[in-house]
Design a protein around this ligand. Structure first.
Ligand code: S3P
Length: 178
């Protein structure tokens, strides 16, 4: 399918890049966290607190499955933990071209340090938590990605240019194969 999918750690810029890309390419943007919150009529923090992380992870897979039945030529940004499940990585691959927005722990910490909406980063030492989770997750993000974009020192315009270039490249290749 012809979607553009954005994956990466919390705070790597998926939501903002998704929105800006949607203006630039005139495509609709969907965010799995927002879809789940809408369906559940409550926030991610409430879902984690009431039903736990495992419940939320199942909701993510269900949300992706639904997208494989409906979404095409859209931009889809997904929650930071979603690519960890093998089944989800397969679904992402089916949905389209997957971009991993890769950032260092320091960049992420600077962006999320005031944030209270991400249950996995609350309490304790957030920089240490980010470092540990990032180390665990980076191999899964790489496994899920068609393209890795290092975002640390780049402006949004540079990131969008890179994504657009890769989207066009893929489209050219697809046309040549026809
Ligand atoms: C999570 C990331 C969050 C959200 C939930 C769990 C994670 O999404 O899905 O809090 O496990 O990394 P963002 O990456 O959009 O913050």
């Amino acid at each position: 399918m012809g979607n553009i999918i954005l994956i990466g750690f919390m705070g790597c810029g998926k939501t903002t890049v998704g929105l800006r890309l949607s203006y630039r390419l005139r495509r609709t943007v969907i965010d799995t966290d927002k879809e789940i919150e809408k369906e559940e009529q409550r926030t991610i923090s409430e879902i984690f607190a009431t039903d736990g992380e495992a419940y939320f992870r199942d909701r993510e897979t269900a949300c992706l499955r639904k997208l494989t039945e409906s979404a095409d030529n859209q931009i889809i940004s997904v929650g930071g933990g979603l690519p960890l499940r093998e089944e989800n990585r397969e679904l992402l691959h089916k949905l389209g071209q997957v971009f991993y927005l890769r950032a260092t722990g320091e960049t992420i910490y600077e962006r999320v340090k005031e944030d209270t909406t991400r249950p996995l980063l609350q309490g304790g030492d957030p920089l240490a938590k980010i470092g540990k989770l990032l180390k665990e997750r980076d191999p899964y993000y790489n496994a899920a990605a068609d393209v890795v974009i290092n975002v640390d020192d780049k402006s949004f315009d540079q990131i969008l240019d890179e994504i657009e270039g890769k989207v066009n490249e893929r489209e050219e290749n697809r046309k040549m194969e026809e």
